[in-house]
Design a protein around this ligand. Sequence first.
Ligand code: NDP
Ligand code: 2IT
Length: 445
Amino acid sequence: MSYVDKIIADVEKKNADQPEFLQAAKEVLESLRVVVDNDKRYEDAGLLERLVEPERIIQFRVPWVDDSGKVQVNRGYRVQFNSAIGPYKGGLRFHPSVNLSIIKFLGFEQIFKNSLTGLPIGGGKGGSDFDPKGKSENEVMRFCQSFMTELSKHIGADTDVPAGDIGVGGREIGYMYGQYKRLKNEFVGVLTGKGLEWGGSLTRTEATGYGLVYMVNEYFKSVGDSFAGKTVAVSGSGNVAIFATQKVQQLGGKVVTLTDSTGYIYHEAGIDLDTVKEIKLVKRGRLSEYKAAHSDAVYKETGDGSVWDIKVDVALPCATQNELDLNNAKALVANGVKVVGEGANMPSTLDAADYFIANNVVFFPGKASNAGGVGVSALEMSQNSQRLAWTFEEVDAKLQQMMANIFKNSDAAAKEYGKDGNFIVGANVAGFKKVAQAMLDQGII
Ligand code: NDP
Ligand code: 2IT
């Protein structure tokens, strides 16, 4: 049995109840065969055994009182997965589906993603099964304060620096930062995605979506093509989807779809982003309201067809894990899709991703193509340490360079191991090698 096969069997045995974590771990381990099965150093150092086991898992009670005076209890998590190359770094997700499997999958992905950014950040993730939908402003604030009261004992500007993810945006980061400051009496860069008036970085809000589109654009440039005139399907309608759409539009492409958890819109004339921002960022409403402003758009509820049935040149899944399965991949390929770039974390199932690659679709896995968000978070940390603030143009230029480097390094790693054009292998191998070398250098810890 090869080293990788042994680790996969072991991970399956120990985490049988964690399907999302197993999915993420198996994808990475499969692509590492080309590196670790031919180099005894890794097995001798028990490197993979250590890599798949989080350094620390913190689970805690989050009690809060709702507007009717009733006590509510949610579950909070922080998984501090790997600190080989820097302090733990990764977002917090507030969504009713959150459980340990999901936080572990996200934390595991974050190790390789953060390594790919080229910046000194380790991997971590956290969150809660709290559902911000339908909660009052005060309820969200009380929840965030209670969550941070416990989390503050485990994080720090040089230890672990959380940020946003699904259900956690500028508002929640603000409430959590306020509580941290009050508890510790310290104004430090312990969270990223902060407001621009109190230590946030310009371009952080846009970074994940912009970075995704810069990555796909790097590919277009490498083959003498561009976004101009391309039709694009985007899913989700949150932070990543909105700013991916904005950048595609700036580069001359036409985004025709967006989704949320209740349905999707198809607007052949092209999405009107101002309407979407008003609904989603200001009113915190539902995408179905889009039709009131654009009667020529089609709205369909979840389950009534799929956003991936629409004929497009480029697909950018930006909502959540496993939102694009094998049937969706087949429909996209039959309709002639050329590029798929993941804005979300693991939005494609394993067989969907394999199908894209087998059918010569250029496929960018999330850990490469959505790394711009955490990359600019690391730049926010640098600015906080220096007590400086860079301009939008400076940060945007660094983001573009970062995405170009990730494209180049993933492409080169895939070629080096005989997997030309396979960005799954390329990104996993390139991300892994740096972390693995750091772990070897630092001894058995
Ligand atoms: P937001 O909360 O801003 O938006 C999430 C969007 O996805 C919403 O439109 C939401 O719909 C939809 N969605 C969430 N969960 C589901 C679900 N279970 N089924 C259907 N639709 C769903 O989150 P972000 O835009 O920040 O995050 C989107 C993805 O990008 C996530 O996978 C996240 O991990 C990833 N990501 C985010 C980064 C960031 O910087 N924010 C960085 C890198 C990756 P609804 O409004 O109905 O809930
Ligand atoms: O998945 C991710 O990379 C994020 N949610 C962003 C993490 C961060 O620390 O900015």
